[in-house]
Design a binder for this molecule. Structure first.
Ligand code: NOJ
Ligand code: MG
Length: 510
């Protein structure tokens, strides 16, 4: 939400929408980077970690937002970007100025290969070599993302101290925690070995993935840093860390820390990547649950600012089933803004592209602008997002697909989100209960969430044909609590539970 008409969302804008977030029932909000930045990667290139970019407001605005949020029992998480700074950060300006700079070793510098080219084959996530030549000092520097995002050298204790103090700065101000950007990237191989080729790569996939990032991500030393970050968070009470980590689930588990002294929630992105069918998803849920260490709390995600939106991936009808899945699985759910009203990816005309990733690797569908378009608040000219010209175009269905309209519709997707969140809060079986998967056929997926006192059965139809789920073997009276269609409340159920296509239900077992 934009408060000042410049077309860009800002802190006062968020503050003006806390009523909505409270009504929706969320516990916490995570704000993407709001720190001073040249915006080469829309805030993920930070030039000062301890201030607010004027585009988004002031430190005073931030304090007011935080206080207002806390008054409503809403927690606030900031986006902590430890892997890289902006090339305009004073640390990097000093580092690149001379080889003798006291900040030189705060970044990763390397001599050229014997042929004068880059020191090894490491690639940038955003295209090409990860090494940028600096004529002035005759060395290359490493950047896992844009050349405007040089990687910090976390092996340097001074970097560690400075960056851990950034956490303290915001924790002292009262923030409840952080989402930590590319947590698995923080340390690189000291021998600078070449990354091996990836046999699974196919044309059309990101060129970055042609290599396996074996020597640039998920090194054992990353865990030591994560533990230190957790240690800082533990200096305060009731604060938390969410890690952004794209790794196979077996590796993801390490980020909880060897004894629960890592991230509270290493983001579990499986629902973003898996094919949308009952068997694959049911198997993934079981495997994830089985791999979780005893001290670990699970979490699930349907979308974020980097990946295609759920409504576009699975369609409007299945987006309702996805909502029920997300909000009934065991673990903390994260909802990306707008997914609760069914926002879809917006086609961005080439001359309006903002995302540097799309500019670097155009046409592969990797660009992220389509999922970053203005929140559709109401049917006004700008979707109620701004009084000016929004920084990205608005979806063309904003007149019918918006918060104001959907709040009035008893069976809208927004009403479904509201209902499911309300139920989750009211039912310990859903929020903290165990999960027990049940056998199911065809497009059905089923599980029971339970506490000692209560059992709730969830049955989801991930296909568009009607399906029957046999309740008889559960030997229990059953009453329907909520359907994704929001039209079957309190229905008494006999032996056969009939589901329509694209329907999910939550059933009380009595
Ligand atoms: C992950 C963030 O989610 C993405 O938006 C960003 O471009 C990269 N990290 C680099 O910070
Ligand atoms: Mg603004």
């Amino acid at each position: 939400m934009d408060s000042d008409g410049d077309g860009v969302g800002d802190l006062r804008g968020i503050r003006s929408k806390l009523d909505y977030l409270q009504w929706l029932g969320v516990d916490a909000i995570w704000i993407s980077p709001n720190f001073p930045s040249p915006m080469a990667d829309f805030g993920y290139d930070i030039s000062n970690y301890t201030d607010i970019d004027p585009l988004f407001g002031t430190l005073g605005d931030f304090d007011e937002l935080l206080a207002d949020a806390h008054r409503r029992d809403l927690k606030v998480l900031l986006d902590y970007v430890p892997n890289h700074t902006s090339d305009r950060h004073p640390w990097f300006i000093a580092a690149r100025s001379s080889r003798e700079s006291v900040k030189r070793d705060w970044y990763i510098w390397r001599d050229p290969a014997p042929d004068g080219g880059p020191p090894n084959n490491w690639r940038s996530n955003f295209r090409g070599s990860a090494w940028q030549w600096e004529e002035k000092t005759g060395q290359y520097y490493y950047h896992a993302f844009l050349k405007e995002q040089p990687d910090l050298n976390w092996r340097n204790p001074e970097v560690q101290e400075a960056m851990l103090n950034v956490l303290r700065f915001w924790l002292d101000r009262g923030v409840d925690g952080f989402r930590v950007d590319v947590m698995h990237h923080m340390v690189k191989d000291t021998d600078f070995r070449d990354n091996p080729p990836n046999p699974a790569w196919r044309p059309g996939m990101s060129p970055y993935r042609e290599l396996v990032a074996a020597y640039t991500t998920d090194l054992p030393e990353v865990q030591e840093i994560v533990t230190k970050m957790r240690g800082v968070v533990e200096e305060y009470s009731d604060r938390m860390l969410v890690g952004e980590i794209y790794l196979p689930v077996e590796r993801l588990m390490a980020y909880y820390g060897a004894s629960g002294n890592g991230a509270h929630l290493p983001f579990n992105f499986q629902l973003i990547g898996l094919p949308w069918n009952a068997r694959d998803i049911a198997a993934a849920v079981e495997r994830y649950e089985a791999l979780l260490p005893s001290y670990a709390w699970p979490n699930w995600v349907l979308g974020n600012h980097d990946k295609p939106r759920i409504a576009t991936r699975v369609g409007a009808a299945q987006a309702r089933v996805a909502a029920m899945l997300l909000l009934t699985l065991r673990g903390t759910p994260t909802v990306y803004y707008g997914d609760e009203i069914g926002m879809h990816d917006v086609l961005i005309p080439p001359d309006q592209v903002q995302d540097p990733y799309e500019k670097n690797v155009p046409g592969l569908g990797l660009g992220r602008d389509p999922v970053r378009t203005p929140m559709q608040w109401d049917g006004d000219g700008s979707g109620g997002f701004t009084t000016g010209q929004s920084w990205l175009p608005l979806a063309d269905d904003y007149k019918t697909n918006n918060v104001a309209v959907e709040r009035q519709q008893p069976t809208s997707l927004l009403s479904l989100y509201h209902r499911l969140i309300e139920l989750r809060r009211a039912e310990p079986a859903l929020s903290v209960g165990e999960i027990a998967p049940l056998p199911a056929d065809n497009d059905l997926m089923a599980y029971v969430r339970k506490t000692a006192e209560r059992r709730l059965l969830v049955v989801l139809n991930l296909g568009d044909n009607p399906q029957t789920f046999n309740l008889a073997y559960l030997k229990s009276r059953a009453c329907l609590l909520v359907s994704t269609h929001l039209d079957r409340d309190h229905e008494k159920l006999a032996d056969d539970l009939e589901l329509r296509g694209d329907e999910g239900v939550i059933v009380e077992l009595l």
